[in-house]
Design a protein around this ligand. Structure first.
Ligand SMILES: [Zn+2]
Length: 370
């Protein structure tokens, strides 16, 4: 194990007015190219039953840039436009593989504004980053150092709904090394009341303050809905809502980072349930939607950290009846409503906490699969 791994380092930066304008224009072009290509691909499939390739979409882009209507696409770097077509291609590949839903249009309001630059579209010199079509380097707040001698291979610039600017640098990080071997393995059950429950019996709660933040968010959203459409106050209220959203997301990410690092550090294998996106999208309940989003993010973190440190993440089949099976004797019980938090096995008399029992079964299934 070991070797060099790629790792993203994310920082805030403060663009000059000209840079902000250039980036906003780039975001707009990226969104337009993505949506146009998605529309054309959808039409090609619906009308002609044709699967479009990345190369074809790239040829469309060349045509669009030559047209009078879309000539303005030449005013921004072409690399982010190409990259968004690659992402769309990856989205379709995942859809064909049944790993994801059909790609959706990027909305100005709801999608994260971002642009991805590869090596040919930025200059990295003496710790300064200058993007294509710009004269001056970005004013980046280096909140933590890049690894010694790191060379970014990809740079992603984004702006969140609260108006904050971020740049993420993907670099090869030679400092990550596998952790010392351990023998423990853990099963993880995704919950609603607890964030996750472990097969060790531990329940990991949601981030602190989240309840308070959510109440503040609800109040800010009510406030927003009462403001007159198109007014300045409405714009201000919208930024307030976005700020609270951003704070919740930041705290949650921080919490998930700590949890995933700990699980990977302490265990040679982390066993999780393979919850598919198809199940998730059918859930309209807010609490469920939030916990599903957290779950996907936790899984993603566990997987890349396991790869860094030479650990394993095992996903067990989502149809495995983990909550209905007694983890002590293996007897399968009838389905239990979610309100049943603890139960006694009629086979062996074992008393179970619903979630701990599920986590134990997930662990056993994962170890059997390995
Ligand atoms: Zn039993």
């Amino acid at each position: 194990m070991g070797g060099v791994v790629k790792r993203a380092f994310k920082y805030r930066f403060y663009p000059s007015p000209e840079q902000a304008e250039q980036l906003n224009r780039t975001f707009g072009c990226v969104r337009l190219v993505y949506n146009r290509a998605l529309e054309a691909r959808t039409r090609a499939w619906a009308v002609d039953r044709q699967r479009t390739t990345y190369v074809q979409t790239s040829a469309w882009l060349t045509e669009w840039k030559r047209s009078e209507e879309l000539g303005f696409l030449n005013e921004v770097s072409s690399v982010p436009l190409q990259q968004t077509l690659r992402h769309l291609q990856a989205g379709f590949a995942a859809f064909w593989d049944k790993r994801a839903r059909y790609p959706r249009f990027k909305s100005k309001r709801r999608s994260r504004a971002s642009a991805e630059y590869t090596r040919s579209a930025f200059r990295w010199r003496d710790g300064e980053l200058t993007l294509a079509k710009m004269d001056a380097p970005l004013d980046i707040v280096w909140s933590r150092p890049l690894p010694e001698g790191a060379q970014p291979s990809t740079v992603t610039v984004s702006r969140d709904a609260a108006g904050r600017w971020f740049v993420s640098l993907l670099v090869e990080d030679p400092t990550v090394t596998p952790l010392p071997p351990v023998d423990a393995a853990v099963g993880v059950d995704a919950g609603i009341i607890s964030l996750v429950t472990l097969s060790t019996g531990e329940k990991v709660s949601n981030p602190r303050h989240e309840g308070v933040d959510r109440r503040k968010l609800a109040r800010a959203q009510r406030d927003l809905s009462r403001k007159e459409k198109g007014s300045r106050n409405r714009a201000k209220a919208r930024v307030r809502v976005a700020r609270i959203h951003a704070r919740i997301a930041d705290r949650r990410r921080d919490h998930l980072h700590k949890l995933s690092t700990r699980l990977v550090r302490e265990n040679k294998a982390v066993v999780i349930e393979d919850l598919s996106v198809h199940i998730m999208v059918r859930n309209h309940c807010l609490a469920r939607a939030i916990s599903d989003a957290a779950w996907s993010e936790l899984r993603r973190m566990l997987e890349y950290k396991a790869a860094w440190y030479g650990r394993a993440v095992v996903a067990v089949d989502r149809w495995y009846p983990s909550s209905k099976t007694c983890s002590a004797c293996g007897r399968l019980h009838p389905a239990m409503p979610l309100s049943v938090r603890s139960w006694t096995c009629s086979g062996c008399g074992a008393e179970h906490d619903r979630d701990v029992n599920a986590a134990r079964n997930i662990l056993a299934a994962g170890l059997a699969e390995r």
